[in-house]
Design a protein around this ligand. Structure first.
Ligand code: ATP
Length: 474
């Protein structure tokens, strides 16, 4: 298989032209770091989300779901430490006015800075480069770069009706991560669902961060979706549960077709004072030319519940009858970005393949087909139904099959253009199967089922199609 490197520009353009991802507000010139999802992007995102929910809920018996609000009481983010310290170090180029994340800028000079590094440590590294005459703007080469300053990632908002009850200084924020809602609803979940200990609460939802730079397409955006699970456990079990969750999440990536050699663990060396372990899963993006984080798995101790208990004055402990012990549960977190995973699955699925086609005169010519080798469970469209030619008898039969199968799967019916072009279109959006209705179908009620990846074709009886696909598309 012939494979071209997928540059970020080419990837972005592919996602737009095939109806996956559009830059937001394009008719007004766009809005940095914000994207919209088209028909196929929406369906793919839903399928990834459902695959995650299935693994958390259907494949296990110790996790429940939650959908908490984006707005939360302002004290939430004071208790969690976000108001004081959820920020990134920022450097400005005085010449071209581009803004950089200082840790990313240093990385360009081969200097790795940990998430928890202080602003002084970062400025010391920048100064060392500056004194050696090496610090310059990656865009315009100017040496006029500012020192690093902290830039808050919290997105402020205002809520008319609540401000009456809040103090003037209480600012309402759009949540920067979804897990805050899980900590606040922990008590209600315990009191209403009576989960057996240990247990997890999972949720998928929007989060907002005022990212300094959002130049990597949907990898880093200012509005995004997270899929987070918080596992409440006894501190004695942390080590064992941590290993189990790491393995569980790693296997999920393999199950949905990410090759193991494109995945990597990254261990955080500097930990938050309350944390006992923190690893990220990194995926090797072709479109970003290297490994980048897609999910964090963090052992957070009992910091979150202790803080919310302290600030709210409400006890958030748990009585475990099996241990006959009351304690504040410790928390294990798995936190993945839905949009980042969508980018990962598309990046991994994208292939360019040289194939031989036959032109109108019957002679062979080389061509390139683009195909998305998505796991069929993730594919936006599962089956395309195509009459071989635009003839009424074939159209009627194809529509009959389409109307039957669409009750079970997202299907597309397409009669426009040559059959080759229609196959190609489906390959490009990752449709795993195409059914072609030809003249033989009218004689013996069999159709051709074409497989996206191998391009092999099998004749399957119309009455057998449902069983055939039930085995292929789980
Ligand atoms: P990064 O270091 O890339 O900024 P982070 O370590 O701040 O990410 P977390 O706060 O651990 O990220 O968030 C968990 C997950 O949420 C990340 O692994 C990522 O998949 C996703 N995520 C975080 N920020 C963004 C963003 N701005 N855009 C898209 N996804 C994001």
């Amino acid at each position: 298989m012939h494979m071209q490197r997928l540059t970020l520009d080419k990837f972005t353009s592919f996602c737009k032209t095939r109806g996956f991802v559009y830059p937001s507000s394009e008719i007004y010139g766009g809005l940095g770091g914000i994207y919209d999802y088209g028909h196929y992007g929406y369906l793919l995102k839903e399928n990834i989300k459902n695959a995650w929910i299935k693994s958390m809920i259907q494949d296990r018996d110790d996790v429940t779901l939650l959908d908490s609000a984006i707005f939360m009481h302002p004290k939430t983010w004071i208790a969690s430490g976000h108001v004081d310290s959820f920020d990134d170090p920022m450097v400005d180029c005085k010449h071209c006015k581009l803004r950089y994340r200082a840790d990313h800028l240093l990385e360009e000079f081969g200097i790795k800075i940990d998430d928890k590094a202080s602003i002084d440590e970062i400025n010391a590294e920048l100064d060392a480069l500056r004194h050696a005459g090496n610090l310059k703007c990656p865009n315009c080469d100017s040496k006029e770069l500012t020192s690093a300053r902290r830039f808050s990632l919290m997105v402020k908002s205002n809520l008319g009706s609540t401000v009456d009850k809040l103090n003037d200084e209480d600012v309402v924020y759009l949540r920067p991560e979804t897990c805050g809602g899980i900590y606040l609803e922990y008590k209600n979940v315990v009191e209403t669902l009576h989960p057996k200990f240990p247990f997890g609460i999972a949720q998928v939802g929007k989060a907002f961060r005022n990212e300094i730079v959002a130049r990597q397409f949907i990898y880093r955006t200012r509005e995004f979706e997270q899929m987070e699970m918080q596992y409440f456990h006894h501190p004695d079990d942390t080590k064992q549960k941590y290993e189990e969750w790491k393995q569980f999440r790693w296997n999920w990536y393999l199950e949905y077709g990410i090759p193991e050699n494109k995945l990597q663990w990254y261990k955080h060396e500097k930990l938050a004072h309350y944390a006992t372990d923190a690893y990220d899963i990194k995926y090797k993006f072709d479109s970003l030319d290297g490994f980048a984080e897609v999910e964090g798995i963090h052992a957070r101790g009992n910091w979150d519940l202790s803080q919310h208990s302290k600030y709210s004055g409400i006890k958030l402990d748990f009585f475990d009858p099996e241990r006959n012990e009351k304690f504040i549960p410790h928390i294990m977190e798995t936190s993945a970005g839905l949009n980042r995973l969508l980018m990962m699955f598309l990046d991994n699925a994208y292939h360019e393949q040289e194939i031989l086609t036959t032109d109108n005169e019957g002679s062979g010519k080389k061509d390139t087909r683009i195909l998305l080798r998505l796991d069929p469970r993730l594919s936006p469209v599962k089956i395309a139904i195509l009459p071989l030619m635009k003839k009424q008898v074939l159209i009627r039969k194809a529509k009959e099959i389409f109307n039957n199968l669409k009750k079970l799967y997202i299907c597309e019916y397409d009669e426009s253009g040559s059959i080759g072009k229609r196959y190609r279109r489906q390959d490009e959006i990752g449709t795993p199967y195409c059914i072609t209705v030809d003249y033989q179908t009218l004689e013996d009620n069999t159709t051709t089922v074409r497989d996206r990846d191998s391009m092999n074709q099998e004749r399957i009886h119309v009455n057998e199609l449902k069983v055939y696909f039930a085995e292929k598309i789980l």
